[in-house]
Design a protein around this ligand. Sequence first.
Ligand SMILES: Nc1nc2c(c(=O)[nH]1)N[C@H]1C(S)=C(S)[C@@H](COP(=O)(O)O)O[C@H]1N2
Ligand SMILES: [Mo]
Length: 198
Amino acid sequence: MDDILKLAPLEERIYRHRCVEAWSIVVPWIGYSFSTIAKLVEPTPKAKYVAFQSYYDPKQMPQGRWAGIDFPYVEGLRLDEAMNPLALLCVGMYGETLANQDGAPLRMVLPWKYGFKSIKSLVKIRFVGSQPPTTWNLAAPNEYGFYSNVNPNVDHPRWSQAKERRLGEFFKRPTLMFNGYGDQVASLYSGMDLKKNF
Ligand SMILES: Nc1nc2c(c(=O)[nH]1)N[C@H]1C(S)=C(S)[C@@H](COP(=O)(O)O)O[C@H]1N2
Ligand SMILES: [Mo]
């Protein structure tokens, strides 16, 4: 962690956070762009995706067995998504280091995707040639796709994604395409059918 903290100046980034279950919040995260690490690694042209794995010790985390999903939690991004400057390698929030439950010591934050893509407590990052498995896609592939971009036009099979409840507000807000970050990320998906690639 000492080395990781020294790689780039830490930035505070205030991002919208949209849960797949249709609530949202604004969070001041701390970290730097994931691309900083990726550039150090110098992935070969064979690397097309990034695979992330979380910490899991069943002895310390006995309730993991009853979570309803397989642990360790795994996630993935296409390499160009991971290289987007918005993709944050995160070490803190609200001006402090991350609490354990928020993903200490190191997590991802991907503000244009549903919150569950923002994998916490990283222990392994691999640059790989093919699309890596992701936990919620393994658990319920009809409900959670690989991309999981925030999209008000593609509903979850069990609820609408058109609106969201900002925590603390009474009335729902309209959900924004790519959670409002389209200017920065829409080009990553140009020409793709986002209903198929949900
Ligand atoms: N390491 C790890 N990261 C994870 C998960 C997990 O189980 N393990 N769950 C995801 C899901 S489904 C959600 S809803 C959020 C929960 O984050 P919170 O506990 O801070 O609300 O973390 C995401 N990142
Ligand atoms: Mo979740």
